[in-house]
Design a binder for this molecule. Structure first.
Ligand SMILES: [Zn+2]
Length: 356
């Protein structure tokens, strides 16, 4: 087996159709692969491609599926760059691969990102505006009059008639004398509701701090001419989850009716009272530091308050504070509190004393 390895050119370099510029086809696979093991593997891949081809009306189904595959434009660009690098790799296999300036390794360059973006725009246009692009290709080759708009199938025929380049369909205009970047002067036309267009709008929206519709449109118009721009941007912004969360109204709490004791008029203060503890409060006693707690008595009718100090959290400290409160403000008709153990035990002690 090892002595046959050096002859297995297909194993080390891959099938020749990968290095070919011609589009992938059945003839390339069946004619060039002779190894039975590799052939069986490649046949599986070929079956997948042919399956996709049946379900798609476009000429490049694999690439069109790539546009629908990602949920972020950044990831789509990355995948296209890796595909371009793989293409470069197949051309220059065995050369410059381990150098630091190799074009198929390292971080993505600005040029690679721009090329990938242009390729994505071309794919979107091929996917959505293929009928009109074919018309323009025919028009450029045979030269029918541009006023023949009946052949145009797209509802955006008017804009497409202004395109000046077939490679990337761009908007025309009268700014040729103005010194602007080509993208600004002739922005690329994009369909409004294509998945990749939505990703592009979403990226611009997120990169600029989830800005509003007008601002997103202004940024997009610097490079792209998205048809029905306003509604396309509005649709993407409506589905943006961070914006939804930020603009959501806070929930309102349903308040119950006030209890009857809060509404008793004509009684003296602290006739119906509530008691609770607060603290801990550290106090100086001589040269030592002691713990003390505040006891707050509130009148449920007038909201007046009476404060006492408790030396601890036990029952006797609470009863002492309560007796001081009663001595000052008179005995309340009802006392309310939470289920603190000192309150429950104090209540029980008072009831026992009264019963006895
Ligand atoms: Zn947002």
């Amino acid at each position: 087996m090892p002595d046959k390895c050096h002859k297995a050119d297909c194993w080390f370099k891959g099938p020749p159709f990968l290095r070919s510029k011609e589009p992938l086809g059945k003839s390339h696979i069946s004619e060039t692969i002779e190894d039975s093991e590799i052939c069986s593997e490649v046949k599986v891949n070929y079956n997948e491609i042919s399956y996709n081809d049946k379900n798609s009306t476009t000429q490049q189904p694999g690439l069109m599926l790539l546009l629908e595959r990602y949920s972020k434009f950044e990831r789509l660009i990355s995948s296209v760059i890796w595909l371009q690098r793989f293409k470069t790799y197949t051309y220059m296999i065995g050369k410059l691969l381990h150098r630091s300036d190799s074009p198929v390794t390292g971080c993505f360059t600005v040029a690679e990102r721009e090329n990938a973006t242009i390729d994505i725009v071309k794919l979107i246009q091929t996917d959505s505006l293929s009928a009109d692009l074919c018309y323009f290709k025919d028009m450029m080759s045979s030269g029918p009059p541009p006023s023949d708009r009946k052949r145009l199938k797209s509802p955006f025929a008017k804009e497409l008639l202004q395109c000046n380049r077939y490679v990337v369909c761009r908007v025309g205009g009268r700014l040729r004398q103005f010194e602007l970047q080509p993208d600004h002067r002739n922005p690329a036309i994009l369909p409004p509701y294509h998945h990749a267009t939505k990703l592009l709008i979403d990226t611009v929206h997120c990169e600029h701090g989830h800005c509003g519709s007008n601002q997103v449109q202004a940024y997009l118009l610097q490079k792209y001419w998205i048809l029905h721009l306003q509604s396309a941007v509005a649709k993407v912004l409506r589905e943006c989850m961070p914006c939804k969360i930020r603009s959501a109204r806070p929930g309102k709490q349903w308040m119950s009716d006030m209890p009857a004791v809060r509404l008793c008029a004509g009684n003296r203060p602290f006739f119906h009272s509530f008691v609770d503890y607060f603290g801990l409060i550290k106090v100086k006693l001589g040269r030592s530091e002691r713990k003390r707690y505040g006891v707050i008595f509130t009148c449920l009718s007038t909201r007046a308050i009476h404060l006492e100090v408790a030396e601890s959290l036990d029952t006797s400290a609470f009863l002492q504070a309560f007796f001081r409160f009663v001595s000052r403000r008179a005995r309340p008709a009802h006392m309310y509190s939470d289920n603190g153990t000192n309150f429950i035990a104090g209540s029980k002690a008072l009831k026992d004393e009264i019963t006895n």
